[in-house]
Design a protein. Structure first.
Length: 248
């Protein structure tokens, strides 16, 4: 093949790959919007936000290739799209274990989301101690000329689980998967400590919830916090709305 033909082919492949990867970027954009809406709703209406923080990423082509080789997946767009379901990934970090299941249920309940697979590594931790709730979802992305279903992997875990997993990931890569026995042992012990911390925090969280319910009665009720502003609530508006509620 002459040079110019090869360059043209390379350009065509690159363009196809860009379109392929864009699907996942758009899927992530949609899912992130859904999650940001939930975060704001919780902050304003429920007075408590179960999402501590969010992180999303697109798997790099290099990492996709490595995963295909590890899982023996043929390196074609069709088979990558079918078998590698975490090209678009979001990690949701919560403060408490109960929040993980709450968020998972809310996500699963959204109409345009299809649940493909759930892996509960909290109820069934991996032998190394890894804990996290994984949801493989598919959501529709609307292009100018078609609609495509895109896989997204959502990992939901507590701060403690996340702390452990990040360190374990670094150690795993540093030793190229062959982690020395003493470190494996230390990691297992730390996973147990992280687990104990999560259980204690969950207990405190439930106690705190009860205390907060009592305190809410004393809250300032004459303003509306929205979009980083505090809108004063006119007395007349409040009275009129309260009157309507009374009549219902
Ligand atoms: P990276 O570099 O984080 O993207 P399978 O279900 O077996 O077909 P898969 O996708 O390996 O294939 O499933 P699994 O077990 O749900 O793992 C998906 C992702 O979860 C991994 O992606 C990791 O991000 C994370 N994960 C799973 N197990 C562990 C673990 O033991 N320690 C840590 N730190 N993370 C884990 P990748 O592509 O393997 O890696």
């Amino acid at each position: 093949m002459d040079d110019s033909k090869q360059i043209n082919q390379l350009k065509a492949v690159r363009k196809e790959l860009t379109r392929f990867m864009l699907r996942y970027k758009f899927g992530l954009d949609e899912m992130n919007t859904k999650l940001h809406i939930l975060q704001e709703e919780f902050e304003h209406i429920h007075d408590y936000n179960p999402i501590e923080h969010l992180k999303s990423r697109i798997k790099s082509p290099e990492s996709i290739l490595r995963k295909c080789q590890r899982k023996n997946v043929p390196i074609t767009q069709d088979s990558i799209g079918k078998h590698i379901k975490d090209i678009a990934g979001i990690r949701i970090v919560c403060s408490f274990i109960s929040d993980i299941y709450k968020i998972s249920e809310i996500i699963q309940g959204q109409q345009d989301i299809k649940v493909i697979e759930i892996k509960d590594y909290i109820k069934n931790p991996k032998p190394n101690g890894y804990k996290s709730l994984h949801l493989i979802l598919s959501i529709p992305v609307f292009f100018s000329d078609c609609e495509e279903e895109v896989f997204i992997e959502i990992q939901i875990r507590t701060v403690a689980m996340d702390f452990w997993a990040s360190l374990e990931h670094k150690i795993y890569y540093k030793y190229d998967g062959k982690v020395p026995a003493h470190l494996v042992e230390e990691l297992t012990t730390s996973a147990n400590i992280a687990n104990q911390l999560d259980e204690k925090m969950e207990f405190l969280h439930q106690e705190m919830k009860e205390a907060k319910e009592d305190k809410n009665a004393d809250n300032q009720l004459d303003f509306l916090p929205l979009d980083n502003k505090r809108f004063p609530l006119p007395k007349q508006l409040l009275e009129s709305l309260m009157e309507k509620r009374d009549k219902k």
